[in-house]
Write a protein that binds this ligand. Structure first.
Ligand code: 173
Length: 319
């Protein structure tokens, strides 16, 4: 082939080769669209897409329950139906019991990168769920028990509580009757009196109007709410080094914002008080036992379901 023809050929191929370098990833949220997690991630996604032109783009397909049920998003990531999901481990325990262990972390996401927890999580997530665990963007956030009826000690006997796997072992130990629902079904369950309360983080109860049906919050909170971005492992491995480096930089920038939850959570607690939600508190010794019981029952559940990995996870995630 002569030089002129070779150059013409290279010229013809170049635009196509450049265009092929841009990859678009399908992004789904397992939490509702009008909720605070999607709102938190949207500005980040816009910046991602602005800076990633020609390299990597996120295409927001939508959220649960509209696009698919919350508890099916994990499987969609595993199978590659979705490339990236905004999700929490409690919604994909069907793939592996370890998914729900991240709520038990007592060290920050940044510390988890430093002490090897993040890499260990990825070993499990890669092997068992065909997922790359990209970034935890919610932390510093306790869960609470919210009730329509008053209790005066940590005893849920005779009460029906809405749960996800997050709360199952703890609420069961406290004597509750358990009813699992996705976030989208909590309001109706409260409205119809199907439940007397629910587990949920300190923030976000106004997003779907649950405050209208909530009379009490039990203090103290327990655990550490986890919401993360997870990616289909095949899609992750298909990325070029430049795309991976860009993605890594973007997710670290998202993680670097995690301190905002501290302030936000304090504001949400004030807003709950203003909405007339009363706090139920215990004496100091009872409160301490309550939180210890939460961790004991939580780890017992993970240890039983995943005896090979739970001890190491516990060492890496505990203080
Ligand atoms: O739906 C839930 O109560 C739940 O499991 C969860 C997990 C993390 C953040 C918010 C809710």
């Amino acid at each position: 082939m002569n030089t002129v023809r070779t150059l013409a050929l290279v010229g013809a191929l170049l635009p196509a080769a450049t265009a092929a370098q841009e990859t678009t990833l399908r992004f789904v949220s397992a939490f509702p669209e009008n909720g605070l997690y999607v709102k938190h991630v949207m500005p980040w996604m816009q910046k991602f897409n602005a800076e990633g032109k020609g390299l990597l783009q996120l295409n927001f397909i939508g959220s649960s329950p509209k696009v698919m049920p919350s508890f099916e998003v994990g499987t969609a990531v595993k199978n590659g139906v979705v490339d990236i999901a905004l999700n929490t481990g409690a919604f994909y325990t069907n793939l592996m019991p370890e998914a729900d262990a991240l709520k038990l972390a007592q060290i920050s996401a940044a510390e988890q990168r430093r002490n090897g927890a993040h890499d260990y999580i990825n070993r499990i997530w890669n092997a068992k769920a065909n997922m790359q665990y990209l970034v935890r963007f919610v932390e510093h956030t306790p869960f609470h028990i919210y009730l329509t009826k008053r209790i005066d000690k940590p005893d849920l006997t005779g009460l029906k509580l809405r749960i996800t796997p997050v709360y199952r072992d703890f609420f069961q130990a406290l004597g509750a009757t358990l009813i699992q629902t996705a976030p989208a079904e909590v309001y109706t369950a409260l409205e119809r009196g199907v439940v007397d309360g629910y587990g949920w983080p300190i923030h976000g109860i106004f997003d779907l109007n649950w405050h209208e049906r909530t009379k009490f919050r039990v203090d103290p909170g327990f655990y550490n709410a986890e919401v993360s971005l997870v990616m289909n492992l095949d899609a992750y491995r298909r990325l070029s080094p430049a795309q991976r480096e860009f993605l890594e930089r973007q997710v670290l920038a998202l993680e670097a914002q995690n301190e905002v939850w501290k302030q936000h959570n304090a504001e949400e607690a004030r807003r709950q008080a203003q909405a007339g939600i009363q706090t139920i508190t215990f004496d100091a010794a009872t409160a301490k036992q309550f939180v210890e019981r939460a961790y004991e029952t939580g780890w017992a559940g993970i240890l039983k379901a995943a005896p090979d990995t739970a001890p190491q996870l516990r060492r890496l995630l505990s203080r």
